[in-house]
Design a protein. Structure first.
Length: 100
């Protein structure tokens, strides 16, 4: 898988995410994250005040939806994180972000 991926939001904005090796962000900084399958499909998009916990739902994503990779994007501003998350979810409609 690529070291970086660019995800385009519904607004047309492009966001660059970096691969978290071993699914470990290795940081406690706030940011956004996505789980990706082998075909590059976004399975889940999320935001966190501490990216260290970004992989909490990864086992579920891997088991149910074959997620293989975790990508992160540092983004300290809470408002920016939320806007970015909504933009990406609106564009790619990740299966784990859909309301039940």
């Amino acid at each position: 898988m690529k070291l970086y991926i660019d995800l385009q939001g519904a607004s047309g904005a492009v966001y660059r995410y970096k691969l978290a090796e071993d699914r470990d962000p290795r940081t406690t900084i706030a940011g956004n994250f996505v789980f990706i399958d082998a075909q590059g499909v976004v399975i889940y998009a999320g935001e966190a005040n501490n990216l260290h916990g970004a992989a909490n739902r990864f086992p579920e994503a891997a088991l149910k939806h074959k997620a293989e990779y975790l990508y992160t994007r540092l983004n300290v501003s809470g408002a920016s994180r939320s806007d970015e998350l909504q933009d990406i979810v609106a564009a790619v409609s990740p299966v784990m972000n859909k309301r039940r």
